[in-house]
Design a protein. Sequence first.
Length: 24
Amino acid sequence: LPTTQEQAPAAQPKKKGRNAKREG
């Protein structure tokens, strides 16, 4: 679920890399 991935970035290390730019 896309919502779960955004809610749990820690569970998605690959997604975290992209979120790193957004969250800084």
